[in-house]
Design a protein around this ligand. Structure first.
Ligand SMILES: Nc1ncnc2c1ncn2[C@@H]1O[C@H](COP(=O)(O)OP(=O)(O)OP(=O)(O)O)[C@@H](O)[C@H]1O
Length: 221
């Protein structure tokens, strides 16, 4: 589903990605790793926002930087999300629906959004996060890419997002980046650790969860 070979992205002297090779199958793929390790850079290249400095990437068999059709098959939620402040959430989602298809009511019901008629500038960070997630689920994309889907959400809302990913995972594949990874474990198939611009570990959910708990010592009380 997402294949990268020796992928590189340099910002001047900074090597954000330094020869990352990975082959992510269909399913729910979670990327974790330390701050500044290159996760968001990988995500943005996979979303077609950044052009790689070198190497190769294919997402759903397409080159995300050059393929015009690519973005219609993919729903993306960036972190942090940016919205026009004077639009309402409903106007923003309706605009997206015109391009991508899908029903604003369906995603509003799905994520229990009860604030869509207010202007975005009035939203809390959690409301912005939910609007950004709704945008990614709109139109049932083949691939849904979510950068930090649980950031800024309260416990109930985190649970809701995990539930929604679970509902969609039969029909859609996912690329998730999340520092808050433990609540996602029930719905994740594979986990990848990116650090220093490289893939340093990968494996199935259970194997990798054990390794991550050891690395981050999160299993300690
Ligand atoms: N647009 C940019 N211009 C210059 N440097 C950048 C840019 N984007 C990222 N970087 C640098 O590239 C490196 C990787 O950053 P990236 O955001 O991909 O890491 P990350 O793993 O997503 O980190 P975090 O967990 O903190 O979000 C960092 O050193 C960062 O400072």
């Amino acid at each position: 589903m997402i294949k990268a070979v020796e992928l590189r992205k340099y910002f001047g002297s900074i090597k954000a990605l330094d020869g990352l090779t990975v082959d992510m199958p269909k399913g729910v793929n979670l990327v974790v790793g330390p701050n500044g390790g290159g996760k968001s850079t990988f995500f943005k290249i996979a979303a077609g926002v950044y052009r790689p400095t070198g190497g190769k990437i294919r997402v759903l068999g397409k080159d995300p930087w050059v393929d015009a059709d690519f973005k219609r098959k993919v729903g993306v939620s960036f972190d942090p999300a940016a919205f026009p402040p004077l639009m309402s959430g409903r106007e923003w989602l309706s605009l997206f629906a015109e391009y991508r298809g899908g029903s604003v009511k369906d995603v509003a019901d799905l994520l229990e959004l009860d604030f869509l008629d207010r202007r975005v500038r009035e939203y809390s960070s959690g409301m912005r996060k939910k609007l950004s997630l709704a945008q990614a689920f709109l139109g049932d994309p083949e691939l849904i890419m979510l950068d930090e889907p649980l950031a800024n959400l309260d416990f109930d809302s985190m649970g809701k997002v995990v539930e929604v990913i679970d509902e969609f995972r039969d029909g859609s594949s996912f690329l998730l980046i999340s520092h808050i990874w433990e609540p996602l474990l029930p719905v994740v198939d594979r986990i990848y650790l990116i650090s220093n611009g490289k893939l340093v570990a990968q494996g199935g959910r259970d194997e990798m969860a054990g390794r991550l708990k050891a690395i981050y010592s999160l299993s300690e009380p």
